[in-house]
Every structure is written in structure tokens, then in C-alpha cells.
Design a protein around this ligand. Structure first.
Ligand SMILES: [Zn+2]
Length: 265
């Protein structure tokens, strides 16, 4: 089942890279204003514009959190992260960012109320995609989960400059520099939870939640976002190392279009 889920995610998220086996058009972050009009010349309408949602979608991510109204009438489920150590993570340079894919039989998941969503991969953007009053954080971490029904849940964490993050260093040190390439380290393990501050209770995370989309083509909607209230830190040197892979790989804030934020705070 995990294999199948991974294929779904690969198609949804990695399809955009022309260097991969999937025949999708090339895109980059510099041309994000016109992602919607990129053509797949091998297809007829309506498949000719595979990234149309990037332009016409009304629930696009990321957003400027300051533009959203709060709706505190919703009863929120508890967000519980159960991310054990992955004994064989795959370090994947996607061509658009650095990413760690969890191994095939990895059991890590996020629980929202009674629903469980397996952790498929996590990746980084520099600077952050979600901003507050137009101001980005140094970077942003996205944990991507896909349920058995195909629903995508992204848990996001803003990254500030501060104390060094040893788990992030493991990611940086094992990431291949070549675009669209991946590497599995011998005896390299990752505990995805240890990217988060030790002071956080993984069984009761505080968050802001809203409906949104993938932030890269095809910008598919129906993604539920959980942005953690507490920021995580990496050192200034680690930020420089992140930028040696990718810099400015963040999508600009999108229109809120009446969406509301729910929050545990
Ligand atoms: Zn992302």
C-alpha cells in the first residue's frame, strides 16, 4: 500500500520535473507568475495546460497569514505527530528543492483526531513561503502526508536563524548536489521529529490551519495545511549551506479569497 501511496505522491508532486521519468513540462520559481500558461505541447485541451490551477485556483498556497481572518468557532482536532526514526531515508534533490523521502515501510504518520496520514516526504524552501505582513522567515519546512484516500496534509514549520539543528545537518550532508538525483546513505538514519524543537509536545501540537494547495505546479487544491505555531531554528551557516542547493525557491503569497484560519492558540 505504501508503494502505491508513494506513486500517487510522486505523480502529484514530482511530476513537474522534466528530468524525471514523467513527461511534464519544465517550470522554475523565477517564472511563477506564468506557471498557469505553461503548455504540454504533447496534449490537446484540456490537458494542454497541466498547471492551469496555479492561475485559476481560488484556494492557493502559500498565503500571508496577516491577510486571513480567524474563525474560532470550529472545534479543532488534536494534531499528533508520530515520526519514529527512519532507518533508510532517501535524500532527494528534486530539481526544485532538497527533500527527504521516507523509506517504503516507514510507519511515521500524523494523526488528526481519529484520521492517520502517513509521512511520505519532507522538504525545504528558502525563504519561507508563508509570510506575516509581507515578511518571510529564513526558511520553511514542509512535512507532506498522504492518506489512503489520497488526501494531502502538509504540516509546515517556519525556520528562524538560531541554534544549529543537528538533524538538518544530516540532511544537508547527505543531499546530492546534482538536480533530479537521489541517494540512500549506508547506515544513515533520520528522525523527522528531531527537526522540531525538543520543547514541543509531538502529541499536542499548536497550529494554524487552513485549506490550500500544493505550492509548486500543478498547484493542486484540496490540501489541508497545518502551520505550527512555534518556529524551529537552524544556524546561519546551515542557512548558507541550504542556499548552496537552492535559494529563492518559494512561491509568493496568494489571494486569501475569503478563507479563514483556525488556530489552537
Ligand atoms: Zn513545500
Amino acid at each position: 500500500m505504501k508503494k502505491k501511496i508513494f506513486q500517487v505522491v510522486a505523480i502529484t508532486i514530482a511530476v513537474s520535473c522534466a528530468n524525471l521519468a514523467f513527461a511534464a513540462p519544465h517550470w522554475n520559481h523565477e517564472e511563477q507568475a506564468t506557471w498557469w500558461e505553461i503548455e504540454d505541447t504533447s496534449k490537446d485541451l484540456p490537458m494542454k495546460y497541466p498547471f492551469a490551477t496555479c492561475g485559476v485556483g481560488q484556494h492557493q498556497s502559500p498565503i500571508d497569514l496577516a491577510t486571513a481572518k480567524f474563525d474560532n468557532t470550529k472545534k479543532l482536532n488534536k494534531l499528533q505527530a508520530s515520526y519514529p526514526i527512519d532507518p533508510a531515508p532517501v535524500f532527494f534533490n528534486s530539481g526544485h528543492g532538497i527533500q527527504v523521502n521516507t523509506s517504503n515501510d516507514y510507519k511515521g504518520e500524523i494523526k488528526i483526531g481519529e484520521e492517520s496520514y502517513p509521512l511520505i516526504q519532507f522538504h525545504f524552501h528558502e525563504p519561507s513561503e508563508h509570510v506575516i505582513n509581507g515578511k518571510p522567515f529564513a526558511a520553511e519546512l514542509h512535512y507532506v502526508h498522504v492518506g489512503n484516500d489520497g488526501r494531502i496534509i502538509v504540516v509546515g514549520a517556519a525556520i528562524d536563524i538560531g541554534a544549529e539543528n543537528p538533524t538538518f545537518q544530516t540532511v544537508l550532508d547527505n543531499m546530492p548536489h546534482e538536480h533530479a538525483s537521489q541517494k540512500t546513505g549506508a547506515n544513515i538514519t533520520i528522525n523527522p521529529a528531531s527537526l522540531l524543537p525538543a520543547s514541543l509536545d509531538p502529541n499536542d501540537l499548536d497550529f494554524y490551519s487552513l485549506a490550500g494547495s500544493l505550492t509548486t505546479p500543478p498547484c493542486s487544491e484540496g490540501v489541508q495545511w497545518y502551520l505550527l505555531s512555534q518556529v524551529i531554528t537552524i544556524s546561519a551557516a546551515q542557512l548558507e549551506q541550504l542556499k548552496s542547493f537552492y535559494s529563492d525557491n518559494a512561491r509568493s503569497p496568494q489571494n486569501i479569497n475569503g478563507r479563514t484560519l483556525s488556530s489552537t492558540n
